[in-house]
Design a binder for this molecule. Structure first.
Ligand code: NAD
Ligand code: UGA
Length: 473
């Protein structure tokens, strides 16, 4: 296999964009084209104002500035760039199916299939196809079948034998730390059958990743490992969240418990932060997929076990809303609530599956008026997640059961009865409690689902404080 000179990545999303940016940065000798059918997304990637990139990720802007239009290009010309590439990454979305067989659990592979068909149609010569998207185990088989049947039909290249080598190379980056995760990965996993194709991909990573961190395996173990890594991570969050409720009932403190158990090397200290429930586009969909696959193979006990991780997650969100309403004298109708944080975690503008969505919807349903502030999430995203246009920031009575967008913490808390902290953005760790309480109505509450509030100072300032996982109020 010749060294790779041209890469095409299908899908310019949260994975395709940052991953290709880092490869371009570390491999100036490789030309990378990231293609997407979403024209406005590509326009945003090409925007001269780097504040308008479609994704907020610390460190991303700097790389785009260094590499864009040098060896990194964003384009809608899918055909051309597939045609020219030696290696093609598939980084398209794989959400949960909403219709048909397996609806609500299985992954919807229509975007994967479309990508495979495009590759089959336009690729020429020897092409390495890399599964970057998270896929159910055995998807490579489907891709292989599509590619081999497409190449037979390819009249344009009737005299040239197209050959495809399929690799699985799942991505483990977390949003908010994507650039650091890509530059310093815990491991890079490559699954495949063809040794020379595996070596070609390994060569790329060796430009910045140490060899002992590059793990090669068979394709099925690689595909399955990605689903299982996410399932284990989500399981830890649900475990600690379930214990947060027990702490509140027993007057233990969740941070103390997490610290004590995390010092045991066998348990480890990471991913033990209690919160309002995990969000993000992947944990839920990947566990649902695992449940579906387990049931498919007749392993209902395995499926039921993992399903509980999602159940606890949903329960955590519901119990938080219930608790807010109860603490505010059983009624939030006619009350204004400032929501701090709408992204599913800090340092991202991604709102997919954010716990803020269901908590906000439930509070709106209860008749409260929400003023939502997030440092990076724009108004249109909140509007589409809540499936509701914002009201006008005027009197509370005219805004019952509505929400509006606040441009700052100060604007959100103005005349509000309570504050609910839902994402762990840096700026929420040092709130100006004195200044804030003077703008609010009395009595004033803070509901802290991320343990970012300084309880002592907030209480001294006059707030009623509820903090997740400790005895409160
Ligand atoms: P995304 O929705 O942000 O991006 C996917 C992009 O693919 C979209 O812009 C879409 O327009 C494009 N696309 C779909 N079909 C196409 C086609 N046929 N041709 C050209 N473009 C097409 O999704 P994402 O968050 O980047 O996730 C992509 C995959 O990576 C998923 O399988 C996900 O599970 C996995 N993953 C995501 C993360 C994450 O942090 N978001 C991390 C690891 C793995
Ligand atoms: C997660 C995994 O961490 C990545 O390895 C994986 O590649 C990615 O999913 C994916 O496949 O999409 P991500 O969802 O971006 O990454 O972010 P995480 O840091 O894992 O957080 C997920 C959710 O769990 C967030 O809502 C976060 O607030 C919550 N969480 C995380 C906690 O509540 N407590 C914790 O201790 C950790």
């Amino acid at each position: 296999m010749k060294p790779i000179k041209k890469i095409c990545c299908i899908g310019a999303g949260y994975v395709g964009g940052p991953t290709m940016s880092v490869i371009a940065d570390r491999c100036p000798h490789i030309l990378i084209n990231v293609v997407d059918t979403n024209k406005s997304r590509i326009e945003e990637w090409n925007d001269s104002n780097l504040e308008n990139l479609p994704i907020y990720e610390p460190g991303l802007k700097q790389i785009i500035k260094r590499c864009r239009n040098k060896n990194l290009f964003f384009s809608v010309n899918v055909q051309k760039h597939i045609h020219e590439a030696d290696m093609i990454f598939i980084s398209v979305n794989t959400p949960t199916k909403t219709k048909g067989i397996g609806a609500g659990q299985a992954s919807d592979l229509k975007w994967i299939e479309a990508s495979a068909r495009q590759i089959g149609k336009y690729a020429t010569g020897k092409t390495i196809v890399v599964e970057k998207s998270t896929l159910p185990v055995k998807t490579a088989e489907t891709i292989k079948k599509i590619l081999s049947s497409s190449s037979k039909l390819n009249k344009e290249n009737a005299n040239e034998l197209n050959e495809f080598f399929i690799l699985s190379n799942p991505e483990f980056l977390a949003e908010g730390t994507a650039i650091n995760d890509l530059e310093n990965p815990d491991r890079v996993l490559i699954g495949g059958e063809d040794k020379s194709a595996i070596e070609a991909l390994k060569e790329i990573y060796l430009n910045w990743v140490k060899e002992d961190k590059i793990l090669t395996t068979d394709i099925w173990s690689s595909e399955l490992s990605k689903l299982i890594a996410n399932a284990f991570l989500a399981q830890r969050v649900s475990s600690i969240n379930s214990i947060s409720a027990l702490c509140e009932s027993t007057q233990a403190n969740i941070n103390e418990v997490a610290k004590a158990i995390g010092m045991d090397k066998r348990i480890g200290k990471f991913f033990l932060k209690a919160g309002p429930g995990f969000g993000g586009s992947c944990f839920k969909k990947d566990i649902l997929n695992l449940v579906y696959i387990s049931n498919h193979f007749g392993l209902s006990e395995v499926a039921n076990y993992w399903e509980k991780v999602i159940e606890i997650n949903d329960w955590q969100k519901k119990r938080i809303t219930k608790l807010i309403v109860e603490k505010m004298f059983g009624n939030v109708s006619g009350k204004k609530i400032a929501i701090l944080g709408f992204a599913f975690k800090s340092n991202t503008n991604d709102t997919r599956e954010s716990p803020a969505i269901s908590i906000c919807k439930d509070l709106i349903e209860e008749g409260s008026y929400l003023s939502i502030f997030d440092p990076k999430v724009k108004i249109d995203k909140i509007k589409s997640e809540l499936e509701m246009s914002p009201g006008k920031n005027e009197s509370i009575q005219n805004n019952l059961g509505k929400w509006d967008y606040a441009n700052s913490i100060d604007e959100a808390v103005q005349r509000s009865d309570s504050i609910v902290v839902l994402s762990d953005w840096e700026e929420f760790y040092n709130l100006d409690y004195e200044g804030i309480i003077n703008k609010m109505r009395q009595p004033s509450w803070i509901f802290d689902t991320r343990n970012v509030v300084n309880i002592n100072i907030a209480k001294k300032t006059g707030f009623n404080v509820w903090s997740l996982g400790s005895a409160n109020l």
